[in-house]
Design a protein around this ligand. Sequence first.
Ligand SMILES: [Zn+2]
Length: 331
Amino acid sequence: MSISTAPSSVEEVVPGVHRVRLPLPFALNHVNCYLLEDDDGWTVLDTGLHRPEIYAGWQAAFARLGIALGDIRRIVVTHMHPDHIGLAGRLQQETGAPVFMSPREWEVAEAAWVHGERQDEALPAYLRRVGAPPEVGALVASQQQKLRQMTQPTPVDVAFLNPGETLRMAGRRFEVIHAPGHADGQILFYAPSERLIFCGDQVLQHITPNIGLWPSTQPNPLQRYMESLQSLMALEVTLALPGHYEAILNWRGRLCELLRHHEERLQAAYAAAANGATALEVSYAIFDFDRLSPHEIRFAVAEALAHLEYLAEEGRLERYERDGFVAYRPA
Ligand SMILES: [Zn+2]
């Protein structure tokens, strides 16, 4: 499966499962959403941002597959990041279909996209505390407002999906699996009969999913992520359909690569903190900052922080206060 250069595309990846690739206005320039066909209607799995070209991409996909708005019977969202939930509210308005998410993801989505103004102060202050210069905080606050615009209207009356529940989609029985780390309450959908999984952003090819500690994140996301990868290792998977890039065919191989990547990055973070360092300083040491846009710098800082917190929880590093910043040094 190659990466399409078209602004949006539709491809049937297995019978009844259509991948809808939609553009994103970021360095990561696309998102994979899916349309799943059943006798009594269709499921939309993830939605893209609410932007005109993305809505047009959905309209083209519906037209190509002969889907009327009333044929959409449910909208399922793997996690609350704007590229996945952004258009869910608009699609809900137009189709009347219920929106399904995990309770935790809806809680975080509500805080970020419904009541987000309350966080606009908190995020810059948080980034400042871990060492980021004031201009990064100011930039992030305005980015956050733009992202929030691309999630409006937000879904209403969200229905909850809990781990262990099952869902029939595309003629298959999918188990709901909780997969934290990239997002606290992300859910994946696994059909054991066909060894098929919709793996959201938990497992990606080409890029490593961002594991960040944010003001709203539950403690130690990297540990929860690595534990999740370990438990996903137990699943028999021949085809994994992710939120970005192409399908993953070597499931356990990719899980091993991701685990190894974080082991290496933990070592690099530990080395970078040898004489004491903030998350910003550590992110300079482990990421190539020249290549990162301001949008990406905040993810780099949050990811460095996730690694430092992992090491602190393990007892290898200790947190301390340095000139008003949170810093880490060998314990
Ligand atoms: Zn994503």
